[in-house]
Design a protein. Structure first.
Length: 454
């Protein structure tokens, strides 16, 4: 490109600097992964505080003015460093908390002991999202002493718990996060070797469904056959949430447009680990099912365990249900539709209540304009191939809140994950070569934004 804002030599110089930084970035990433900063309430929250402090220290070392802020939830880290006079500001987002590790036995190496195998670094948070934190540190280090733009860094501490205090943080500290561009490093790329901008995210809600049929549990030999037990009633109720083809049966929910990328059943089966013989559920293109249509999953149940089971009709049972939503769906409207469906379908007159536990909006970006063009150019510089636009089936509540708060800012959703990352699962891992590309791309992006506005 002859009219590019950076020369090939300038781009190569940034890439070379990042290459020399990688060993230390890797060491700093491993140190963060060793802190088990699980934000779920049943885990030790002192570890989340410790990871916030570790992130703050990394930012202070790059000359940022840093504050750890807590507004009723987990600690977030906000840092800022000015750029040259009149330069634009870029806000860099990541989160330092992680999902619970699940059962240690499912991991091939201890979840909080970073371990390399076959070019991947394994560990809870190695990708989601401590590598996102380090991508921001990489960009700062690559321009140490000579930042082309002002940079604000915002590293949240409760993303994996639904960001309960984020609104308050934005109310009280949001002014400090204002920027021309916001880079959200909490998503991923289309495939190893193919970078992507994430342009849509699904929203989501989580509800607890409670079913009661008796005022106390009773003997199944004396009452079974005439009185319904709450667990069977709950199972029948949950079974109404999908139709025979596996599409969500709740009426009135929005369905978004299908993405136009190639993604076949074989790739989906390989990436998801679907067992031979198990069918896909739902209809329409696989990507539209994953990115643009609602989905429903039962994620937990309060029932008597198999080990403690006795010949009893259970009086009550509960399930937690997660529903993913089309990117433009209003989550509260979706909750009302789901609640009405569950009340209407209550089997045998069972008493059903539905409690909304959590809700978050999706995101559909206007991914055009100067700053998105520079982001795509940065990907091209780092990977040597054209990036694609992709959707993501998950949610990042921060994005819709931030988009509402700063409608003028270009929101650029990137990340370190690839289809084998297994974020939230056992054996989560980071592809180390891809991580280096992500770091390069972000450092180049800052240079491009500075040059484009110079
Ligand atoms: Zn994440």
């Amino acid at each position: 490109m002859t009219d590019d804002v950076l020369t090939a030599d300038q781009i190569q110089a940034v890439r070379d600097r990042v290459a020399t930084l990688m060993p230390q970035l890797r060491a700093d990433l491993e140190a963060l992964v060793r802190i088990p900063s699980v934000s779920a309430a049943s885990f030790d929250q002192a570890e989340v505080a410790r990871s916030a402090e570790a992130v703050a220290e990394l930012l202070r070392a790059e000359g940022l003015e840093v504050e750890v802020v807590t507004e009723g939830g987990r600690p977030a880290v906000i840092g800022h460093i000015d750029g040259p006079e009149g330069a634009p500001t870029v806000t860099l987002y990541a989160h330092h908390d992680v999902q619970p590790p699940g059962d240690d036995a499912d991991w091939d190496s201890a979840p909080f002991e970073p371990t390399e195998r076959d070019g991947r670094l394994y560990g809870r948070g190695a990708a989601d999202d401590k590598a996102g934190v380090l991508a921001h540190i990489a960009a700062l280090r690559a321009h140490r002493g000579n930042l082309p733009v002002g940079v604000t860094v915002f590293v949240e501490g409760e993303e994996e718990s639904g960001s309960p205090s984020l609104r308050t943080i934005l109310e009280r500290h949001g002014d400090r996060l204002a920027a021309d561009a916001i880079v959200i490093a909490d998503s991923g790329n289309w495939a190893v070797g193919t970078p992507a901008l994430t342009t849509t995210l699904r929203g989501g809600i989580r509800v607890v469904v409670r079913v009661e049929t008796l005022d106390h549990s009773v003997h199944s030999g004396m009452f079974g056959g005439a009185a319904p037990d709450a667990l069977t009633a709950l199972i029948k109720l949950l079974a109404t949430l999908h139709d025979d083809e596996g599409d969500v049966a709740v009426q009135g929910l929005e369905v978004g447009e299908a993405a136009d990328l190639d993604y076949d059943e074989a790739r989906f089966r390989a990436e998801s680990g679907l067992l031979d013989g198990v069918e896909l559920i739902g209809t329409g293109s696989i990507l539209s099912r994953l990115w643009n249509k609602p989905s429903i999953t039962t994620i937990g149940m309060d029932v008597t365990s198999v080990a403690k089971a006795s010949n009893t009709l259970a009086a009550r049972a509960a399930a937690k249900v997660s529903m993913r939503l089309a990117p433009t769906q209003d989550p509260l409207a979706a909750f009302e539709l789901l609640e009405q469906h569950l009340l209407d379908q209550a089997p045998w007159g069972a008493k059903v209540t539905v409690e909304l536990e959590e809700h978050g909006s999706g995101f559909a970006a206007d991914a055009n304009g100067l700053l998105h063009d520079q982001a795509r150019a940065s990907f091209r510089d780092a990977w040597g191939v054209e990036p694609v636009d992709m959707g993501v089936g998950g949610s990042i509540p921060f994005i819709s809140d931030f988009a509402a708060r700063f409608p003028e800012a270009a929101i650029i959703v990137t990340g370190v994950e690839d289809p084998d990352t297994r974020a939230h699962g056992a054996n989560e891992s980071l592809h180390l070569e891809e991580f280096a590309r992500v770091c390069e791309a972000e450092a180049i992006f800052l240079a491009r934004v500075g040059a484009a506005r110079a």
